[in-house]
Design a protein around this ligand. Structure first.
Ligand code: 2HA
Ligand code: ZN
Length: 271
């Protein structure tokens, strides 16, 4: 007897996390998207994976994810409504043997589709899996203060990283590799996917100027915590600027001491 998929702890966590993200104001309307790589055996306790509902073509080479299963948010769906209608707002997909097509196995009811950012998600999973065997989650949202900083702060990765590190003592410990930044690009395209994935070879956070943030990690809490920490730093930056600017801050020497204490290696050449 298969268990009810809505009782799966991962599904419950997805619903809880997306609801939280909506409450934080980072996923207005249909903004933001999440995908999670699933374990086939675990999934099989809840779903007959031989039963394919629909097939959708993929227009880039996703063969490195062949036979992989993912839980994905739906295109045009509102995070606000995921809790109320998970089967319409979310879906479970499998990439086929050749990486040219995906099978919809559950969800996306009412003829829905996976997120418009699926190319970026799949390319990001490919890039992160290569450098981190524990990698499983990609999350994109429109975190307010990080997005605002893309208008007011120099768009250099080193300068942005150092500003964020210095806004909260914890930041360097949480993302010692820093933050990546891409140029402004049209969302939903293979191009933005390729450029984001290239950055993700070295960092887990990528800022999309005038749009939002991409984060990756080993589970939902891990990615949420990563974005939340950078976003908090960006919020502090906003207050600091509005209080008249920086009067004093942590020095590079202090950042080095912090890295030593917490045994993290800061991005080379940054401090
Ligand atoms: O899914 O956020 O980047 C809607 C978006 C596109
Ligand atoms: Zn977006």
């Amino acid at each position: 007897m298969r268990k009810n998929i809505l009782e799966w702890s991962l599904m419950k966590e997805m619903i809880e996390t997306t609801t939280n993200l909506y409450r934080l104001g980072w996923d207005e309307r249909n903004g933001g998207n999440i995908s999670i790589l699933l374990d086939e055996q675990e999934l099989s306790r809840y779903l007959d994976v031989t039963c394919v509902l629909r097939k959708i073509p993929i227009d880039f080479d996703a063969s490195k994810l062949a036979r992989h299963y993912l839980l994905v948010t739906g295109s045009g769906k509102y995070f606000k409504n995921i809790k109320k209608s998970p089967e319409e707002s979310l879906g479970i997909i499998r990439i086929n043997e050749t990486g040219t097509e995906l099978d919809i196995l559950w969800g996306f009811s009412n003829e829905g589709f996976p997120t418009s950012e699926l190319p970026t998600h799949l390319m990001s999973h490919i890039a992160r899996k290569k450098v981190d065997t524990t990698h499983r989650v990609v999350m994109h949202n429109h975190a307010t203060h990080l997005l605002a900083m893309s208008f007011t702060h120099e768009l250099s990765e080193k300068a942005m990283t150092k500003t964020l590190w210095k806004m909260c003592t914890e930041c360097l410990v949480v993302f010692p590799e820093g933050i990546g930044i891409i140029p402004w690009l049209v969302p939903g395209t293979n191009e933005i996917g390729e450029i984001t994935a290239e950055k993700l070879k070295e960092v887990r956070l990528v800022l999309w100027p005038f749009h939002g943030i991409y984060g990756t990690g080993k589970n939902l809490d891990d990615v949420f915590g990563l974005i939340e920490t950078a976003e908090k730093a960006a919020e502090v930056y906003t207050y600091v600027k509005s209080q008249g600017g920086i009067m004093q801050e942590m020095t590079d020497e202090q950042l080095k001491k912090l890295a030593k204490q917490f045994k993290v290696i800061p991005r080379k050449g940054y401090i």
